[in-house]
Write a protein that binds this ligand. Sequence first.
Ligand SMILES: O=c1[nH]c(=O)c2[nH]c(=O)[nH]c2[nH]1
Length: 284
Amino acid sequence: MGIVLGPNRYGKAESRVVRIVRDSPRHEIRDLNVSSALRGDFAAAHTDGDQSQVLPTDTQKNTAFAFAKRHGVSSPEDYALALGRRLLEATPAATGAAVTVEEFAWDRIPVDGAGHDHAFVRRGGEVRTTSVDVTPQGAVVESGLHDLVVLKSTGSEFKGFLRDDYTTLPDADDRILATALRAGWRYASTDGIDWNATYDAVRSLLLATFATTYSRALQETLYAMGRAVLEAHAEVAEISFAAPNKHHFLVDLAPFGLDNPGEVFIAADRPYGLIEATVTREDD
Ligand SMILES: O=c1[nH]c(=O)c2[nH]c(=O)[nH]c2[nH]1
């Protein structure tokens, strides 16, 4: 009985393409998870080890990033069509190119009733938390949130850091700052607190402070957020943060004849910096 190759396709899955439009101070963001797959006559690659008809998955990834710049992302559909047509055209053996795009939606962070120019909060996903501990002496309430995903497309730098023989990171004057914030605040007492109103107010303050504070490091941003909460809320004794630094690396588009002045980024998954800090009261 003969053995033959059945259906097959190949491509690059889950390129995390972030496109910032920064023609004016009011930035736009499109945040995509892009996968492509080519199908057609790729039998020789499987049976003979012949790559002559194989457009590398690495090239498919490069095209995904280059097209975010060259074609732009007016919608996931328009971008996916352009990418699919290009991949098909570039690959003579292909009879079809499948492109799937997931888009993560971002809203502008509200500051004084208006959406901020370059600070965004990801829609959905965040979780409100509380943990209480009750004893005969009383109760302690710690409330908070996690997975509040925020991003600013400018207004963030990281430079002047300690360097040693293993340091390769260049100074960054203008970078994307993004995190999935975890925050927990301990209430000074349980009396007379409007839990829902305080939660909403603290969340708003965290967002507004993230948006409006020029960041010299995520550490400075966390401290500013904590200070803002403690200054505005006497009922909060202490607040703690854990903030993964969700790195966005500028993609080198020069090999494709394209410049990239802070417009196309790859959103890295891991490893990530993890910055943790507690902001408390001197007398607590
Ligand atoms: O905001 C930052 N804090 C750091 O401590 C750090 N370290 C690093 O490599 N990048 C950053 N960014």
